[in-house]
Structures are given as structure tokens and as C-alpha cells.
Design a protein around this ligand. Sequence first.
Ligand SMILES: [Zn+2]
Ligand SMILES: [Zn+2]
Length: 134
Amino acid sequence: MKTAEIKPAPGHGTLCPKCGAGQLVTRMVSKGEKAGMVFLGCNNWRPNDPNSCGNTIWPTTASSAKDDASKGRACPKCGVGSMKERLVKKGEKAGTTFFSCSNWRPNDETSCGHAEWPKLPAPEYKPRAPRPRW
Ligand SMILES: [Zn+2]
Ligand SMILES: [Zn+2]
């Protein structure tokens, strides 16, 4: 039986940086919206085994290169830091990515706290009817 040929992605065959035991092998997404995309997965990974190594590395593609362009922007507030992509880890916005200044440090009020939320829906603008004053 001939399996579909997958071109080895850059990094194929290298030691897994996560578990240090497995090797990174080229895999292809078989279904879903990323079907046909190639990534590196640890060969120490076993389906339905939470103890196996689930390390996956997505090689840089043309589309993510476009994202990098926006990541390297200088911070418009302090001009020193650069805007970095961050992920909200908890709270009601968990899973949302946003950009914040690399000059930001937690619990430091003198650091730059500039943040940009790329995909927030614009707040609905409700004009207030001026009340006539009699
Ligand atoms: Zn691994
Ligand atoms: Zn800044």
C-alpha cells in the first residue's frame, strides 16, 4: 500500500525539545480546517494518552509571516517596547489573543501597560438624546 508522501518539514528527525525522549516527525492534518497542513509532532505521542508527549510545532508559513510583521511593531505609547502577542489565560476573556507592550512587567506601575485588542467587537454607540430643559 502506498501512503501519501509527506515532504519532511524543517526540523524533522530532531529531538523533541519538550520531553527530550521522542523525535519530531512530520505529520499532516487529515481533517478539519487545517487539512493538508504539515506540522512536526513528537513520536512519543499516543492518541488518548494524556501522559504521552503532545508537543506539536507548526513550521512557519507564509500566513504566519504576515502575523510576525504586526508582532514586531514598536509600541505606539512608550516607543521603547514592541508589541507582542499574548494570550489571556484566565477570566472571561480566556483564550483571547491580544497585543501588549514588551516593556510591560507585572506589578510594576512604571512599566508600559499599552495593550491592543485586535478582534474586540466595537462597542455599540448609543447616542443620548439631549433632554430639553424647561
Ligand atoms: Zn516529546
Ligand atoms: Zn510600551
